[in-house]
Design a protein around this ligand. Sequence first.
Ligand code: IPE
Ligand code: IPE
Ligand code: MG
Length: 249
Amino acid sequence: MTAELDMNRIPQHIAIIMDGNGRWATDRGLDRTFGHKAGLDTVKDITAKCSRLGVKYLTLYTFSTENWNRPAYEIEALMGLVLSFLEMELFTENNIRFRLIGDIERLPESVQKKIHYMENLTKDNDGMTMVVAMSYSSKWEITHAIQQIATDVKEGRMMASDITEETLDKYLCTNFMPDPDLLIRTGGELRISNYLLWQIAYTELYFCDTYWPDFDEEALYKAIASFQSRQRRFGKTEAQVEAEGQNEK
Ligand code: IPE
Ligand code: IPE
Ligand code: MG
């Protein structure tokens, strides 16, 4: 049964750690790359569903900095799948803006080119923004931001004493979107694996055992229903939040 959702409380930003492709394939006696292929169908499906639900930002962890340590053939297969994904009409059909976050310079040139092309092609789409995190890790991102801040201080564009939380927000590659409301990790692992560490300070976390290729509409609805059953207090008391009339269950 699909969970009933409160359409007035759809999370504005959902981030997903799409895990379990390899195990999904291995369980079927297939090579891991078949799991990534099946995972791509889920990406298409879940992106279209989120867009229809009115989610404004969907941030998908697609390839981490640490994933560069995987066997070369698996990396190659993944890059090929990303290229084919970027060809899709998914973006134009659903009025979706595409953005990439991560250390783009480490990606193959063909992928870099396609990314720039798609970012430009979809820049005026004003439906959902789909953010693909590739060659991304939070520690890379924060280190990179601090290097830029240090340079700006050294060259006199900013005073060290002027640095605030908002400054760091501005220097991170996620500076064009709000922090995630809901983070979903599929595949059963209870960890964050270097994803959006700064941005998820107050995000609601949801873990499920389902492998990413099996994550369907029902699983998505279940995750959102779990989000909607929670009261976000941001450090305040339950009574305070209720008095403010926000976050009604
Ligand atoms: C997630 O699935 C996709 C990537 C990390 C590229 P995995 O490939 O990690 O699948 P498992 O965790 O080995 O099952
Ligand atoms: C996290 O999955 C990265 C992506 C989903 C892209 P991993 O499978 O790489 O994470 P760990 O190594 O199990 O923590
Ligand atoms: Mg994994």
